[in-house]
Design a protein around this ligand. Structure first.
Ligand SMILES: Nc1ncnc2c1ncn2[C@@H]1O[C@H](COP(=O)(O)OP(=O)(O)OP(=O)(O)O)[C@@H](O)[C@H]1O
Ligand SMILES: [Mg+2]
Length: 317
């Protein structure tokens, strides 16, 4: 059985943890972050889950500000919702968009809300926000506990949807713009400001930069967490297919809740079922992805001591 040990030899800047709901993503993300913090790497764990659980796992209040995890040196946490990220986006781009557009069209500030409502803009900006944290140099490593159910997938589909929306919006506003250009006398265009097109191409560059970063296997590592059941296998297939399509490489697959010893009929039956699906996962992926089994422990994983137990298992030599 392999482990995450190889990550010690080839350190990354960003580790993304994905998988369907309830499979143990936050548990694994916390354990991975703890491991690197213990290796004296300044580590930030981010949860973008709408119902964040880091506070629960580490048993302290973590908010949308970077918070030191009590009792663990080098470990910081942040729980950020897409609302907050969207607000950051508006704070950053809103005034500029408004200023430019209102210089040639009669719009009120609601227009910024409209642009902010573009499909996928939250996730796009979330990625950008996280990348900024990674590149700020404040941390050696950022571990991202992504939200469940399709969130990661949507994120990957996103640049396309997003850019399409922007293209349509750009065309529309460029038409408006040229219309007003013709009426130049009545509209005084202020000089020295970025045009809408420049702003939008700036966003496109941003989106491209983000995609390039997450495609760079030297910097980014993807870990999928799954369960040894039909549902888990199917979901994993879907995720990996999507990743392939976007030229993103999944490096590790954690199979969680694996029953170790079965000493009653109930657990024997379950164990047999799990072994069946573990075999399928191995046959399908062992040649290109490291599979790591994580045993089902008798208790929930809360508090640094138990998270540490999971780290030891995930990073065993
Ligand atoms: N190997 C394990 N043994 C025992 N309990 C576990 C194990 N892994 C996770 N758990 C427990 O299972 C529950 C769900 O785990 P976790 O919150 O990490 O899942 P998640 O994938 O992040 O869920 P969500 O999709 O809701 O965010 C938690 O109570 C956690 O303590
Ligand atoms: Mg979670």
């Amino acid at each position: 059985m392999s482990s995450l040990k190889s990550l010690d030899q080839a350190p990354k800047r960003l580790i993304m943890i994905g998988g369907k709901g309830g499979v143990g993503k936050s548990t694994c993300a916390s354990s991975i972050a703890l491991h690197f913090a213990q290796q004296r790497k300044k580590t930030l764990i981010i949860s973008s889950d709408p119902t964040p659980s880091l506070s629960d796992i580490f048993e302290l209040e973590i908010g949308d500000q970077e918070t030191p995890i009590k009792g663990v040196e080098n470990l910081y946490g942040i729980e950020i919702s897409s609302d907050v990220v969207l607000k950051k986006w508006k704070d950053r781009f809103g005034p500029e968009i408004y200023e430019v557009v209102s210089s040639f069209a009669s719009v009120d500030y609601d227009f910024v809300e409209y642009i902010g409502g573009a499909p996928g803009i939250e996730e796009e900006y979330m990625l950008n926000y996280i990348l900024e944290l990674v590149e700020s140099g404040q941390y050696d490593l950022v571990v991202w506990d992504t939200a469940p159910a399709g969130h990661t997938l949507r994120l990957l589909h996103l640049p396309q949807i997003f850019l399409k929306h922007l293209e349509a919006a750009t065309k529309f506003y460029m038409n408006l713009y040229s219309y007003f250009e013709k009426l130049k006398e009545s509209v005084k265009l202020k000089k020295g400001k970025r045009t809408l097109l420049e702003i939008i191409s700036g966003w496109e560059n941003l989106a491209e930069k983000v995609v390039n970063f997450i495609r760079d296997t030297q910097k980014t590592d993807f870990i999928i967490v799954t369960i040894p059941e039909a549902l888990g296998v199917r979901q994993t297939e879907r995720i990996i297919r999507d990743f392939d399509e976007y030229q993103l490489k999944v490096n590790h697959l954690i199979i969680n809740y694996v029953i170790q010893k079965a000493d009653c009929d109930f657990h024997r039956t379950r164990k047999e079922m799990q072994e069946h699906y573990i075999r399928i996962l191995n046959t399908q992926y062992a040649s290109r992805i490291q599979l790591i089994e994580l045993p089902l422990l008798p208790h929930e994983i809360r508090g640094v001591e138990r998270i540490n137990r999971i780290s030891e298992i995930l990073f065993r030599p």
